[in-house]
Design a protein. Structure first.
Length: 338
């Protein structure tokens, strides 16, 4: 790989992704003008249906009453590595890769992932920490690279790999823990979801119970939204303990609780259209149910489809009478899945 090189596209990714996701989502639910969003994201309309993820060869038999969280690993069977970093794609068919930096640096590290369709994802990387990154955009070609920030817009290329992915199941990336949605069998969030499972008779009962638990026990933290730093990340254990958080916290907690019970759930970053405020950069959850049913209000499952759950609307958006509704997704536009 080349040494010091000015990567215009990477600098652009950092400006857009860091500025929007970290500066918007991780600093609360940020407001952007239509003109700003249309310029940066090339989205011509404000009100757009969520993009559907095709479900190829769906087999939900792994969702059982005694669900064991499928923890990710890095077996090293398919790996690109050098003296400083590695990208282990042994589990690409299960919808994730693991990335680690084994060298020593005080500089910022980033993983750039170009997914099928060309959209660019940016992930943080910490030295001597193995990160689990989802292949969240379905089957196809992914380009994954590690970069070290030197100065200004100059990055050092550390390692890269191009992989062709054919998922065993299109739901696989959303049934496992990853960097942004982390939990395990012993997590407090999993134990809480286990208790709710005992009170549920079917999958939709459990989805309803988890959604209602989050809505009734987690309030929107306006003070945190005002004071949060640009590199804020969700700590769902703290959110559960304190009973409050911003939209990213609330959505991440919901996704983790659902996944811990074998229910496919996406953490989604994007924006929704509010009739009073315009486009609001936001985080929510899309959940997959194999059963028909209703969670109440206007949140209905057709069966075998993704449906939007946005618990934050219960505590801030609907409460302010903005006319926001979840369920049919007409006012939501998704950008990134995790």
């Amino acid at each position: 790989m080349s040494g010091f090189i000015r990567r215009k596209y990477l600098a652009l990714v950092i400006l857009i992704v860091t500025g929007l996701i970290f500066g918007g989502l991780m600093s609360g639910c940020g407001l952007f003008s239509d003109e700003t969003l249309d310029t940066l994201l090339s989205v011509p309309e404000a009100v757009i249906d969520e993009q559907e993820v095709p479900l190829a060869n769906v087999d939900l038999t792994f969702i059982t009453s005694l669900f064991e969280v499928p923890m990710p690993d890095a077996p090293g069977l398919l790996v690109e590595s050098n003296a400083q970093a590695f990208i282990d794609y042994s589990n690409k068919h299960d919808g994730y890769v693991t990335v680690g930096f084994t060298g020593s640096t005080d500089n910022m590290l980033r993983v750039l992932m170009i997914v099928p369709g060309g959209r660019e994802y940016l992930f943080n990387l910490t030295p001597e920490t193995v990160e689990v990154l989802p292949l969240a955009n379905g089957s196809g070609q992914y380009i994954i690279s590690v970069h070290e920030h030197i100065v200004g817009n100059t990055f050092l290329d550390i390692i890269s790999v191009t992989i062709d992915v054919e998922l065993f199941n299109e739901l696989a990336p959303f049934i496992r823990p990853n960097q942004l949605v982390w939990y395990d069998n012993e997590s407090p969030t999993t134990k809480q979801a286990n208790e709710l499972r005992l009170e549920s008779h079917n999958q939709n009962d459990l989805i309803r119970a988890i959604y209602n638990f989050v809505v009734e026990n987690i309030i929107y933290d306006f003070e945190l939204a005002e004071a949060v730093e640009i590199d804020y990340t969700a700590d769902i254990y703290r959110v559960l303990e304190r009973g409050s958080g911003i939209c990213l916290d609330i959505a991440t907690l919901t996704a983790a609780m659902l996944r811990s019970q074998g229910i496919p759930a996406k953490l989604v970053f994007g924006y929704l259209y509010d009739q009073n405020h315009g486009n609001i950069y936001h985080a929510w959850v899309s959940v997959f149910s194999e059963e028909e049913g209703s969670l109440g209000g206007n949140i209905d499952f057709a069966g075998g489809t993704w449906i939007i759950l946005d618990p934050t609307t219960e505590t801030i958006l609907i409460a302010s009478e903005t006319g926001v509704t979840a369920g049919n997704g007409k006012i939501y536009h998704d950008l990134y899945y995790y």
